[in-house]
Design a binder for this molecule. Structure first.
Ligand code: GLN
Length: 540
């Protein structure tokens, strides 16, 4: 028994389709079903690794090293399961498979056509993903909005699947209902058009989730029912929420899991969302606060700032705080500002903890290094993630080991002291212009020194964490850096790669070459973030 739920967007993007999918997954899972989720990105890029974070937000990395859309992160966080490469597809990836099969004569001399061969490949991938995670129910999010050219072939795949298994396939449209200021009422017309557009692809939605600033009223529910050819009870209100983690509970207020299971001919077993509700209670009631500074370079798109680029880090800080019954406030500091105005660095004393997240390239680097120096000297809890760890190494090399102008070869290829450098294999890939999916990616094992804070945090010396980078700690500098007091607290099992650095004697100064944020979940906060937050609160 395998059931499939396609989720499509109406009217506009960015109204939380990913969170809606994750939440639908959550409520079905809470009924005792095994759920997985697939993200379809209509881009021609083969993966998100080559997409601009300004446009596309964070690149989320899976256990098996795929560079995916941030929605995969939402699925993992809500469902508390690992999602794999097969669950992420782009137009590029689908075409790549079909073309390589054609080159291998696997179509036995037939004409290979966009229809049906492309939708067939989409369906093949959906079935493989469902099988790999042994899912009872697979949710498939089709990126973009209906009416775009880009996702037509994916809608076609959905239509074909429904034709093959009408009992097992269901469609949900997540739409947006504007409440224009001047008009003063919620408008349904854009959604009506979106449904009509979906109809013209041969698909009738079974449910419409109505995203809006406010809850849906009866009048509009009935209107949508009449004009969109759908039962009023299947028009679901999905008003704005303070925390995305409220969404599953809100859906259940509309009995969504029961209604979905009913249409899929599945029994609605007793529901259990208790653990989830406990977290929600903390989110709503926690009084004690912790102030965390996130220092990055912020991605402006026109006059707007896209905070999405760091979504997993932000969520990881929240999960760890909530587990400690604390309300975190996350403050975004632009590292460029510390360069332009060095006196600003003192403002860091107003924070209980400092996080330097991952990044690429030279902009804003010196500002981040100054911030790390301040955290080190003033004993402010510090967590460096990937680039954050590399920059902490550079700071230590420059200011403690007195290696003047120490740097990463990513920033200064001719530096006299390349304390962070590119590995031979990576340099070769770049020379051959092999940029796609070629970093050190996915889960790698690490062995932790038992005397370290990290060991205390993890409670284990063997861990697995997800990576996404090309540069590494340069082993030529191990001796001097260790001699000057930095602890190489985590190494790869063959001891060749430095994975964690720590500063003994500091309340919490930890840099990790990996991205622990990708493994943090609301019901399973990450141990390093937990220890970081605990120390930040204690220091306060
Ligand atoms: N730019 C660094 C590297 O490639 C760090 C990457 C990151 O922070 N994800 O190694």
């Amino acid at each position: 028994m395998s059931k499939y739920i396609f989720v499509v967007g109406g009217v506009m993007s960015g109204v939380g389709k990913g969170v809606a999918c994750a939440s639908i997954g959550k409520i079905l899972q809470s009924r005792g079903y095994k759920v997985t989720a697939i993200k379809i990105d209509p881009y021609v890029n083969v993966d998100a690794g080559t997409m601009n974070p300004t446009e596309h937000g964070e690149v989320f990395v899976t256990e098996d090293g795929d560079e995916t859309d941030q929605d995969i992160g939402n699925y993992e966080r809500f469902l508390d399961v690992d999602i794999y490469r097969i669950n992420y597809m782009t137009t590029g990836r689908v075409y790549q498979s079909v073309i390589s099969r054609e080159r291998n004569l696997e179509y036995e001399g037939k004409c290979v056509e966009v229809v049906p061969h492309i939708p067939e490949e989409v369906i093949r991938r959906i079935n493989l993903a469902a099988k790999k995670s042994k899912a009872d129910i697979t949710i498939i999010e089709i990126g973009g909005t209906v009416g775009e050219y880009q996702n037509i072939l994916f809608l076609e795949a959905a239509r074909m699947m429904h034709l093959q298994k009408p009992e097992d396939v269901l469609f949900i449209m997540v739409s947006y209902l504007p409440i224009p200021d001047k008009v003063g009422e919620m408008k349904t017309k854009p959604t009506q058009y979106a449904v009509r557009s979906l109809n013209s692809a041969g698909i009738q939605p079974d449910f419409i989730l109505c995203r809006a600033e406010k809850p849906l009223d009866l009048k509009r529910r009935e209107k949508l029912s009449t004009f969109c050819n759908i039962m009023a009870a299947d028009v679901i209100s999905a008003p704005d929420v303070d925390s995305i983690y409220e969404v599953p509970v809100n859906f259940e207020k509309e009995h969504l899991s029961e209604k979905i299971l009913d249409k899929l001919n599945l029994k609605a077993k007793k529901k259990n969302l208790n653990d989830w509700k406990k977290v929600l209670k903390v989110i709503k009631t926690a009084k004690r606060q912790v102030r965390i500074a996130m220092i990055g370079k912020y991605f402006a798109t026109g006059s707007f700032v896209l905070s999405d680029s760091y979504i997993s880090v932000i969520e990881a800080i929240k999960h760890a705080s909530w587990a400690n019954k604390i309300r975190p406030t996350i403050h975004w500091l632009n590292s460029d500002d510390f360069e332009k105005n060095p006196a600003k660095i003192k403002e860091l004393k107003n924070y209980n903890g400092i996080v330097i997240p991952g990044g690429f390239g030279g902009r804003g680097i010196e500002g981040k290094i100054k911030a790390i120096e301040y955290a080190r000297k003033n004993k402010i809890p510090f967590l460096g993630l990937c680039y954050g760890m590399q920059l902490a190494t550079i700071e230590f090399a420059r200011n403690v080991c007195r290696l003047r102008n120490a740097n990463s070869t990513e920033i200064d290829p001719k530096t006299k002291h390349p304390v962070i450098h590119i590995m031979y294999e990576q340099a070769q890939k770049i020379a051959a212009k092999q940029y796609g999916n070629s970093m050190r990616l996915g889960a790698w094992p690490c062995v932790i020194n038992k005397k370290s804070k990290s060991f205390f945090a993890y409670g284990s010396s063997k861990i697995n964490e997800r990576h996404r980078h090309r540069y590494e700690f340069n082993n030529d500098y191990r001796k001097i850096i260790e001699k000057k007091g930095l602890l190489l607290a985590g190494l790869s099992p063959d001891k060749k790669l430095v994975e964690i650095i720590e500063l003994p004697g500091h309340p919490f100064f930890v840099g990790v070459q990996f991205h622990p944020e990708f493994k943090s979940r609301p019901l399973k906060p990450h141990p390093l973030f937990m220890e970081f937050i605990r120390t930040a609160v204690r220091k306060k």
